[in-house]
Design a binder for this molecule. Structure first.
Ligand SMILES: CC(C)(COP(=O)(O)OP(=O)(O)OC[C@H]1O[C@@H](n2cnc3c(N)ncnc32)[C@H](O)[C@@H]1OP(=O)(O)O)[C@@H](O)C(=O)NCCC(=O)NCCS
Length: 137
């Protein structure tokens, strides 16, 4: 299986965001108000897009959001390939840190990428989140 990463439009992320993260809500629920200011990436297996992630850079801080892999393709390492690529991109951009609002049940996963939990937690849409970050040098 050949995995390829490509930059995509925010519109192209919507279907996977919706199916994987918020299937019970409308498609508009998975839009982000500043989607047009972000960079969006898709991972393709044999030309089928199976994972997406969006990156927003503000004041030398990068935030990744709406990271999702189609259910049938989860747990096979594809998300790791995509997130490593994002880590690589931010490394070469003279930024101070990368951070995310992590669903609590995913926080252990992100520690594998050098991200640490902050004390900042919140609940949104019935889901518990913790802010995680990695200081870049
Ligand atoms: C989070 C998410 C994007 C990760 O994508 P993924 O493609 O499943 O990621 P990976 O396959 O690289 O890793 C997932 C798990 O499988 C494990 N894994 C990776 N490759 C593996 C392999 N070849 N064999 C067995 N397990 C493997 C990873 O170690 C990881 O385990 P962990 O969660 O216990 O740490 C995906 O789980 C998802 O879409 N979840 C629902 C939406 C969501 O929660 N998004 C994130 C919000 S913070």
């Amino acid at each position: 299986m050949e995995a390829k990463i490509a930059e995509i439009t925010s519109e192209e992320t919507l279907n996977i965001r919706h199916k994987v993260m918020w299937p019970s809500k409308s498609i508009d629920y998975v839009r982000i108000s500043n989607d047009d200011k972000g960079r969006h990436f898709g991972l393709f297996i044999n030309d089928k897009m199976i994972s997406v992630i969006s990156l927003f850079i503000v004041n030398k801080e990068a935030q990744f959001r709406k990271f999702a892999t189609l259910t049938d393709y989860q747990g096979k390492g594809f998300g790791t390939v995509l997130l490593k690529e994002i880590m690589n991109i931010v490394k070469h951009n003279n930024l101070n840190k990368i951070w995310c609002n992590a669903r609590i049940d995913k926080s252990k996963y992100y520690t594998k990428f050098g991200m640490v939990l902050t004390g900042n937690k919140f609940i949104k849409g019935g889901i518990e989140y913790v802010i995680m970050e990695k200081i870049l040098d």
